[in-house]
Design a protein around this ligand. Structure first.
Ligand SMILES: Nc1ncnc2c1ncn2[C@@H]1O[C@H](COP(=O)(O)OP(=O)(O)O)[C@@H](O)[C@H]1O
Ligand SMILES: [Mg+2]
Length: 209
């Protein structure tokens, strides 16, 4: 088993962009190469966080206020980093997250127009200084992403309107432009294999440096 320095990678993008596909492939590739690696999805990844996920994604919860939504995402996230992410990184292991804090800024901030300063205050309490070393943004046009979700039963957020999704996508791109060193922005229209190899070369460069 390879011991390495801790490495924390998050995957971001709108629903149907292709991020889960990529993070699962990277997870298996790292395992095959002998790394100790964990993959968690957000919201979720712990018993408590999965219960919060059910509340968040339940389409019956039409009355949920934007602030309740934002606080629940951060509750789920705090539980995940406390129970799983920080202990793994402390042991020098690799953690892959299918969504992290950038999702909340993109969806609840840019998508729902909650003040970014409010989100930042909650982020300070809920996650402190915990940030990924690398964030892979799979940037995919809405139409392409929607085509890819054709056979999916949509959850509460996936069922949002196109304007919301466009604001969210643009929000992600703005975040990436503000922190170019942390973000790797990929054109999600490329093939699964092409995206996979671009991601692998960046990740193994980080692990080998
Ligand atoms: N680069 C790609 N090109 C074509 N289809 C893709 C690509 N990436 C993912 N898909 C397909 O699109 C669908 C949604 O991908 P998924 O990874 O679940 O997206 P997300 O996790 O961002 O919602 C899946 O059926 C997947 O096989
Ligand atoms: Mg997914």
């Amino acid at each position: 088993m390879k011991t390495s320095r801790p490495l924390f990678i998050s995957f971001e993008g709108i629903d149907g962009s292709g991020k889960s596909t990529q993070c699962k492939m990277l997870y298996h590739d790292l395992l095959d190469r002998g790394y100790v690696v964990h993959l968690f999805r957000e919201p979720g990844g712990t018993g408590i966080s999965e219960k919060i996920r059910d509340i968040l994604l339940d389409k019956n919860n039409t009355e949920m206020s934007p602030i309740t939504e934002m606080l629940l995402y951060f509750s789920s996230r705090n539980q995940l980093i406390t129970e799983k992410v920080t202990p793994a990184l402390d042991k020098g292991e690799i953690v892959l997250l299918d969504r992290f804090v950038d999702s909340t800024i993109a969806y609840q901030g840019y998508g729902r127009s909650l003040p970014l300063s409010s989100i930042q205050k909650v982020a300070d309490v809920a996650i402190g200084e915990v940030r990924p070393n690398l964030t892979i943004l799979v940037d995919t046009p809405l139409e392409t992403a929607e085509d890819r979700m054709d056979d999916r039963v949509l959850d509460r957020l996936e069922a949002e309107n196109a304007e919301f999704k466009q604001r969210t996508r643009n929000g992600y791109l703005k975040l990436a432009s503000e922190e170019p060193a942390r973000f790797l922005v990929l054109d999600g229209r490329k093939s699964i294999e092409e995206l996979k190899s671009t991601i692998a070369s960046r990740v193994y460069q980080l692990l080998d440096s």
